[in-house]
Design a protein around this ligand. Sequence first.
Ligand code: MUC
Ligand code: MG
Length: 373
Amino acid sequence: MNHVRIESLTATIVDLPTIRPHKLAMHTMQQQTMVVIRVRCSDDIEGIGESTTIGGLAYGNESPESIKQNIDSHLGPLLVGEEASNINAAMQRLDKAAKGNTFAKSGIESALLDALGKRMGLPVSELLGGRVRDSLEVAWTLASGDTARDIAEAEQMLEMRRHRIFKLKIGANPLEQDLKHVVAIKRALGDAASVRVDVNQYWDESQAIRGCKVLGDNGIDLIEQPISRINRSGQVRLNQMSLAPIMADESIECVEDAFSLAADGAASVFALKIAKNGGPRAVLRTAQIAEAAGIALYGGTMLEGTIGTLASAHAFITLKQLTWATELFGPLLLTEEIVTEPPVYHDFALQVPRIPGLGLTLDEDRLAHFSRR
Ligand code: MUC
Ligand code: MG
């Protein structure tokens, strides 16, 4: 049998403007940078993937520049000449030769799935075992840094029926100031919205004890990564005492982390992110660990553009239950697109295309315009 081979694998850094500055505890985003991965195969099919992080090296241990460099120098050459449709073999080859680098591997795995889906005439969700729904509810992050502006933004989203779940990025300001900010937003929105927070590891345990108490008592539904991923025993204690469930985000840097968090009882919700597990197939292994351990699921984001968002969506849409919905709003934070069809958000949810592969086409002119030279 004549196997289809991988002929080339390229990585391009793309900078896109955002609708407003997006303030996280560790970094304020003024734009978003993504690495677009293109896998060209011997049957002339091209697969597209995306590797995206937040704030250069501020969030994780890979940056757009290191992702591109490692793909160009190490990961790409390992795959050229290999079978394009055997994704198990390709990803095992990368894992054997390269430790970590889950962001880079995630974009590559996404591109291989996109190519395989186009070859087989199947959406990526169907390659992953089959979708059990067609859309995913999507939360919005309020991160302007200003309470009144955040309330106005949330009210507008509710009015437009675009989002009714809001995540607030806190941790950068003094504890009492952040707590006042969150409680004011929850009071303004009332029962019309679910309000959650993401501390991005910025509290120490003493702050988290008070923070979780005040937030739980004031109707906040979920507390994401309140303390450092390193303080595992502290996270176990918070998980036992907090009224609002504790969600692990930065605590999961690979599938194995998911297993040890479950074994320790360190979170009752997992944020699933393709970038932090090594791709859409890898993130489903973390989901399976959670399901077996009775841990609830949330479809997370690294604020990817449309390519990475749809790669995540095709995986999340196969899951039995996403109790805490998703935050796949990355494309809505950007003012520009590099694909011909922007993703469709409607009635609080993202519609996941049913066409072969990820279901998108690159707009070559716009991609060239926003590519870093
Ligand atoms: C994170 O830490 O969850 C997700 C939404 C957002 O605004 O930031 C990201 C990263
Ligand atoms: Mg988070």
